[in-house]
Design a protein around this ligand. Sequence first.
Ligand code: KG4
Ligand code: ZN
Length: 345
Amino acid sequence: MDRFEKIRENGHATILAIETSCDETAAAVVRDGRQVLGNVLFSQIEIHKKFGGVVPEIASRNHVEKLPYIVSEAMERAGVTFSDFDAIAVTYGPGLVGALLTGVSYAKALSFANDIPLVAVNHMEGHLSANFITYPDLEPPFICLLVSGGHTMIIEVSDYCSYRLIGTTRDDAIGEAFDKVARVLHEPYPGGPNVERLALQGDPEKYRFSIPLKNEVTYDYSFSGLKTAVINLVRNSESRREEISREDVAASFQKVAIDHLLDPLLRYAKTSGNRKIVIGGGVSANRYLRDTVEKMFGSDYEIYFPALSYCTDNAAMIGSAAFYTIMKGGKEAGLDLNAKPGLEI
Ligand code: KG4
Ligand code: ZN
């Protein structure tokens, strides 16, 4: 019998989760998809900062070095041993292929050595599931907006693990645009929080960047033109040796980016009739986004954002997604599990 069948029968599972899709080496122990018993993360931000962004090979090497210690610490904090695990979960995509492979290989080794079934998790389902940890009573159906360094999408979530893609970016993700704008403003990696900090002191009406796709009726996104407009403005001013307020540029960019992000979401929410909106991914940490959602959607909607510690990459959200993958009929992954850098939801 499939070992996940037993979990589905009794409805409980303690899961060790591993996440290495980008530059965070992370492990967590999660019970029944909602309860985090131990959650440990080694952020490589300081390592990649001097390069102005993530260097994939350096990320992989650091994962290989840190993984055993991060997993041991998560287990120690949770007070568990391998015999307590019903499954080992690992992110197998989307992400940097080399970085993903370190986690996948390590999880396979642990699964084989300890005879514990392996479950493969989609990183974006993890970001969505961060909300299940933050809100113990949250259940589908809802509309989900995922905003990270690699993705910007609206998804209709009819049940756990049942998704319909409504809109997605045609080029850059919103997080990527924040990172590139930060770079041209000479702010360190990762850019999002630094653009947000600068924007707090700036005038959002100073520069009128045009709203992307404003002449189209679509739920899709496009951030590449906006990003280029900001980069050109700053570079042209610098080359003419004109004074430019970095704060005003940051605030003006952020306003247009968030307006563009929320317009299709609001339009879709109105047509779908679903009043529950769940937001996840690194950019969901942004305070201006949170405040604007509050203002725009008001009390007509129930709005959910993850706790700040679960917005950016972590393994607890992978442990949560793994539980629902199993409960909804997911199969054990074999030892031939491979990384899928372009995995879709
Ligand atoms: O979800 P995440 O940790 O990794 C991916 O799956 O991509 O998201 C990272 C992205 C980066 O682009 C980062 O700049 C952005 O999320 N980010 C933010 C904020 N915090 C992180 N963007 C805007 N405001 C923030 N406070
Ligand atoms: Zn992520």
